[in-house]
Ligand binder design. Structure first.
Ligand code: ZN
Ligand code: ZN
Length: 154
């Protein structure tokens, strides 16, 4: 069977920032979501949490709400993918025809669109000003660069 891959796009705030949660300190911040092919985007193997300075893999920064949203949004596309596969497997089989049904569903609940409020303050690390982050207003005065982990004062 072919692999089914489903992409779910996460909402950004009006400045183009994506909400993230640090897997180490579990605090939320946002990083700037560069468009694909943006030359200002740093290519890294891990990111540093601006708040606690711990490094983690690229895909370990989802907030619980985003994970839930991804599951909910994947539901309808998964239904469609499974239906396509079934239709494909019945093709060419004599005497059997597959009728796609509108009611076919794996019964994964669909999700309300995720809203992204324009909260938090933009901070640019002096060492990597092309990779700004947004941090909660109550955050500490000493932060770490997302890219290299270098500490800096706000
Ligand atoms: Zn952290
Ligand atoms: Zn840096």
């Amino acid at each position: 069977m072919d692999e089914i891959s489903i992409s779910v796009s996460m909402p950004l705030d009006n400045d183009g920032f994506l909400r993230r949660e640090c897997p180490s300190c579990e605090q939320e911040f946002k990083w700037f979501a560069h468009e694909e092919g943006d030359v200002a985007a740093e290519s890294v193997e891990q990111y540093f949490c601006p708040l606690c300075g711990s490094a983690s893999d690229l895909d370990s920064w989802w907030t619980p709400a985003q994970l839930e949203y991804a599951q909910g949004s994947a539901g309808p596309s998964l239904d469609q993918a499974v239906q396509d596969l079934m239709e494909e497997s019945f093709k060419g089989v004599k005497g059997i025809s597959f009728e796609p049904s509108r009611n076919f569903s794996l019964e994964i609940p669909t999700q309300e669109p995720l809203a992204e409020p324009d909260d938090m303050e933009i901070v640019q690390p002096p060492c990597h000003p092309n990779e700004p982050v947004k941090i909660p207003e109550t955050a500490v005065s000493r932060l770490h660069c997302l890219i290299c982990g270098e500490p800096f004062a706000v």
